[in-house]
Design a protein around this ligand. Structure first.
Ligand code: ADP
Ligand code: MG
Length: 146
């Protein structure tokens, strides 16, 4: 899965399995940007990452409705969804950077809401809706960690 890889998945389970496969490569301080179509499978993919890390389930962040924290696995996983974040100003206002640039792994849905963040990611993964059960998922390794 080095540099870039493009996969077609034909079920939600296949998308989850792809997330699980990526999880094995993740190290502390890695950030993963998920971009692309609504209904593209981003949230399903995160579920696979969580399962792969061995997380037991998530807790809703007490302060952030746009973040879930998965614990109990190999690394803590911060699952952030920027869908409701308007723009750069609003992003900075959330204070989410503390988690995104903290210990553990962070996975950011709708990272395109905050383009500067994409440059700081180890992987950028693009989801495309092809048909009812078909998704094209492109995994690009960018190599930015810590
Ligand atoms: P996103 O977070 O990108 O908006 P979700 O993961 O929440 O997308 O939802 C994807 C939806 O598409 C789910 O209802 C899922 O069951 C369905 N689906 C159908 N085929 C696939 C597939 N190949 N991969 C992922 N999800 C799929
Ligand atoms: Mg989602």
């Amino acid at each position: 899965m080095d540099s870039a890889e493009r996969v077609i998945t034909r079920s939600p389970e296949e998308t989850e399995a792809l997330g699980e496969r990526l999880s094995a490569k993740l190290k502390e301080g890695d950030r993963v940007a998920l971009i692309g179509d609504l209904g593209g499978g981003k949230t399903r993919f995160v579920r696979g990452i969580a399962r792969g890390l061995g997380s037991r389930g998530f807790i809703k962040s007490p302060s952030y409705t746009i973040m879930n924290i998965y614990q109990g696995g190999r690394l803590p996983l911060f699952h952030v969804d920027l869908y409701r974040i308007g723009g750069e100003d609003e992003f900075f206002f959330t204070g989410l950077e503390e988690f995104i640039y903290g210990d553990g792994v962070s996975v950011i849905e709708w990272a395109e809401r905050h383009p500067a963040l994409i440059r700081d990611c180890m992987y950028v993964i693009t989801f495309k809706y092809l048909g009812e059960d078909e998704r094209e998922i492109s995994i690009e390794k960018c190599g930015v960690t810590g």
